[in-house]
Design a protein around this ligand. Structure first.
Ligand code: NAP
Length: 525
């Protein structure tokens, strides 16, 4: 499939414009063909107007019809074969193997939502029958369920070109909920975006979806993305990236005459606690596990452990020494963009002046956007006195903090910002001893992990990939797992409507056989 460099506006291609940009090969730092053309204001308005027109017809389609659309998107993405894997690898310097796995995850996610739609109970249907002779006033017939929010703007993530980008979790859950989607491609991987966008557009056409159910816009700057968030047709936003970018979009959305929900996933340092029993009993395997988690994907995972707490002990000293030797044996890694490389170098330089120890792999031959993996060390007192040490450094590095007491850890846990995850390594006896710590951590995170590392997010119905601000903008939601669909739906109540005018899920005979709460009883009948 040819990469044209032009946006996708409904079922048409955008124009070749004078404002262009290119992807880069992070391994060499060289630009990669072709030119990508920034969408014009007219194209943005047309994409938004088409999405607005598609809103009602797409939102009212039976769940099974939308499920067929999602499965066809997955089939089309798989049919791109090696072309997609090679382009994603070229634009990111991440290995082919990683993209084979990420493609499986992306298609698995689309099919998971298709299954959810086929089953149908996700709409949370409730029926309360009328009691016309109730005293002192009659009770009306009241029925409610989740309905689509309307067109959603989705911003692609730099670090997941497939699973959190054009047909990634935000798009899949919004389309599943019945919302048209307009995607802003990430400048780091526009070729990958166009390939997936074409697969999605073809799926929309071949399954008879209304034009405007999907558009993909390229932009060399922030203007088009910001204008999209301000557009009156847009009713929600999904974003994965920096705190600065996410916050800017949240503020724009809140300042609209009609404010809209923005689901941003921004920054998390995923505190990891090695309790005394763990470091004594399993020091070696913790070194291997932590190293893989910190350096996997060149440290560019939102769930990377960025803060690691260890007890002051002989076993911890051995752990630190072994961890440093793993770091010195790690390969240098190209980061995704020159901007991310520069942020890594700048933040690492600043942190080196704030901590008690800084160890970096020695290698001055750093081609393209490559950086050296590193590890920082500090004390609990310094950590508590320097809030900047809580900041995420995106890339292959982490901060080790030696603590002298349980009280230290509890004070630190209280001081932490909202996080996607926290991990606790210990024995069952440690868990009992540190119950207060766990209770505080539960208030700070979306996912608590016992004796495991935070990277590697299972896509399954019970997964929570969210957390209090600044990990995300809304701690009540998840970006991964089937509950992500509810972010793009809202409750609508139908009072005293005749059966024939109700959505199928609320009809008296329950023709779709979904689970419902009927007069307070959870049942299918
Ligand atoms: P980013 O700079 O926030 O960019 C994400 C997307 O939003 C890009 O498409 C970007 O446009 C756009 N954007 C950024 N700021 C904007 C603004 N003010 N107005 C409108 N659009 C805006 O994130 P990134 O490039 O992916 O990586 C930079 C940093 O983000 C990393 O160093 C890391 O700290 C963080 N990050 C976090 C996660 C996470 O899951 N928590 C994931 C990835 C990155 P352009 O394409 O034009 O830049």
């Amino acid at each position: 499939m040819e990469i044209t460099g032009k946006s996708i506006v409904g079922f048409s291609r955008g124009a070749r414009t004078d404002e262009t940009f290119r992807a880069f090969n992070p391994t060499t730092g060289e630009a990669v063909e072709p030119d990508f053309h920034s969408a014009t204001d007219d194209e943005l308005n047309r994409a938004a107007s088409l999405a607005d027109s598609a809103r009602i017809s797409y939102g009212k389609l039976p769940g099974k019809t939308r499920a067929t659309f999602l499965r066809t998107i997955a089939d089309n993405i798989e049919a791109l074969g090696d072309t997609l894997i090679q382009r994603a690898s070229l634009e990111t310097a991440l290995p082919d193997k990683r993209f084979i796995g990420e493609r499986a995850r992306t298609c698995g996610q689309l099919r998971m939502f298709a299954d959810l739609l086929d089953e149908g109970s996700w709409v949370d249907a409730r029926v309360d029958h009328a009691i016309p002779d109730r005293q002192p006033i009659p009770k009306p017939d009241v029925r409610s369920m989740l309905r689509p929010l309307g067109p959603v703007a989705v911003f692609c993530a730099s670090n997941f070109p497939l699973a959190y980008s054009v047909a990634g979790g935000d798009t899949a859950s919004a389309l599943a909920a019945g919302c048209p989607v307009i995607v802003i491609a990430h400048t780091a991987h526009p070729g990958t975006a166009e390939l997936v966008g074409s697969a999605l557009m073809d799926a929309a056409k071949s399954t008879g979806m209304p034009e405007g159910v999907f558009s993909l816009l390229f932009s060399s700057g922030y203007e088009i993305g910001q204008a999209l968030v301000k557009h009156t047709s847009i009713k929600a936003v999904g974003f994965t990236g920096s705190r600065r970018g996410g916050r800017a979009l949240m503020d724009i959305a809140a300042a609209r005459p009609e404010p809209i929900p923005v689901y941003t996933e921004m920054s998390s340092v995923n505190p990891t606690f090695f309790l005394p029993g763990a470091i004594e009993q399993r020091g070696e395997s913790l070194v291997t596990g932590l190293h893989a988690s910190v350096t996997g994907g060149a440290g560019q995972f939102c769930t990377k452990p960025g803060l690691v707490f260890l007890p002051e002990s002989e076993a911890s000293l051995a752990f630190i020494s072994n961890f440093k030797s793993e770091i010195s044996n790690s390969p240098t890694s190209p980061l995704l963009t020159d901007g991310i490389r520069k942020s890594y170098d700048d933040a690492s330089g600043k942190r080196a002046t704030e901590v008690t120890d800084h160890f970096e792999k020695e290698n001055s031959d750093l081609p393209g956007f490559s950086v050296n993996p590193s590890v920082f060390e500090t004390t609990t007192i310094d950590f508590l006195n320097m809030p900047d040490l809580n900041e995420e450094i995106f890339g292959p590095t982490t901060l080790l903090i030696k603590s002298q007491s349980k009280e230290d850890l509890i004070e630190i846990a209280r001081s932490l910002e909202g996080q996607l995850t926290a991990s606790v390594h210990g024995t069952e006896a440690d868990l009992r001893e540190y119950a207060d710590l766990i209770a505080i951590l539960e208030t700070k995170v979306g996912r608590l992990i016992f004796n495991g590392f935070s990277t590697g997010v299972e896509v399954c119905p019970s997964m929570v990939h969210g957390g209090p601000y600044p990990a995300t903008s809304d701690s009540r939601s998840t970006a991964v797992g089937s509950r992500a669909i509810t972010r793009f739906a809202r409750l609508v109540c139908f009072q005293n409507f005749p059966d024939s005018a109700l959505p199928d899920e609320l009809k008296e005979s329950n023709p779709l056989n979904v689970w419902r709460v009927v007069d307070g009883e959870f049942k299918k009948g």
